[in-house]
Design a protein around this ligand. Structure first.
Ligand SMILES: NC(=O)c1ccc[n+]([C@@H]2O[C@H](COP(=O)([O-])OP(=O)(O)OC[C@H]3O[C@@H](n4cnc5c(N)ncnc54)[C@H](OP(=O)(O)O)[C@@H]3O)[C@@H](O)[C@H]2O)c1
Length: 245
């Protein structure tokens, strides 16, 4: 029998991360659950069982990540780290509060950088580090605002890490389409091909257990957007403009 995996999920208190924690725990993994809300992590850990570990942190605060890393290094080397923590504030760029915009960049992009720097030191040789982008990072869309720009940055970061850590760390990129979580519940536009967090969790586990660098789903949405982003700007821009008209 292989040893059960130890997996650190960052952004585990809600949405996709909580569904992923439930699914992986059911498959026998030991899960370290991180997010800012200690109370929600405690409730989830109690639901999943005593081998699972709630560990609150704030990805935008490097000292908080460093403290978590010290605690994890005492637990033992990790098989996987899945970093999902992000925040979102829908609206047009002109309407976005600059403080909030800075918080989005610090959480989504700088937070991914912190995890990319600290994470590899906690992994077993050949262990997996997955960062979460979004289809919103494929190409700039009207009303995409600063969230999409951070996700484009995370995609770029994962690509460069994949090359830089090749042979030592199995770097992966997760690009979900629309998933029904508190994040998308704030949108007031039509979201095609929306999936549940449970469907997203299954797609992520299947993808991370395959050999593909990018885990993207649902494919009926992601392939269309990939095609759009591969077009020359003169062809893509008129199409992206029409997407929100
Ligand atoms: N839902 C979608 O349609 C969709 C589509 C594409 C990509 N994604 C990406 O998928 C990931 C998960 O999204 P979701 O929809 O599951 O969102 P969610 O339900 O809002 O969950 C986000 C998680 O991140 C945690 N988090 C936020 N800020 C944090 C911080 N500073 N430090 C530590 N943890 C923090 C939250 O917990 P606390 O609030 O307790 O900290 C929560 O556990 C995100 O990276 C998101 O960008 C989602």
């Amino acid at each position: 029998m292989p040893e059960p995996e130890t997996i650190w999920i960052i952004g585990a208190s809600e949405g996709i991360g909580a569904a992923l924690a439930r699914d992986w725990a059911q498959r026998g993994a030991r899960v370290i659950l991180s997010a800012r809300s200690q109370d929600r992590l405690d409730v989830l850990a109690a639901e999943l069982g005593s081998v699972h570990i709630p560990l609150a942190l704030d990805v935008s605060d490097r000292s908080s990540i460093n403290e978590a890393a010290v605690r994890i290094s005492k637990i033992g080397a990790l098989d996987r780290i899945v970093h999902l923590a992000a925040i979102y504030d829908p609206g047009k760029i002109a309407d976005l509060d600059p403080e909030k915009a800075m918080q989005i960049v610090t959480t989504n992009l700088t937070g991914s950088f912190h995890v990319a720097q600290v994470g590899p030191t906690l992994l077993k040789d050949g262990g997996q580090l997955a960062l979460c982008g979004s289809v919103a990072g494929y190409i700039g869309l009207p009303q995409g605002q600063i969230y999409s720009a951070t996700k484009a940055g995370v995609i770029n970061l994962a690509e460069s890490l994949r090359a830089e850590l090749s042979g030592r760390v199995d770097v992966r990129l997760i690009n979900p389409g629309f998933v029904d979580t508190r994040l998308t519940q704030r949108n007031d536009f039509r979201m095609p091909a929306m999936v549940t967090p449970q469907r997203a969790a299954t797609a992520i586990i299947d993808g991370l257990c395959s050999r593909r660098f990018e885990v993207h789903f649902p494919r009926r949405l992601t392939w269309g957007l990939k095609l759009l982003s591969a077009l020359p700007y003169w062809a893509a821009m008129p199409l992206t403009k029409r997407l929100t008209q």
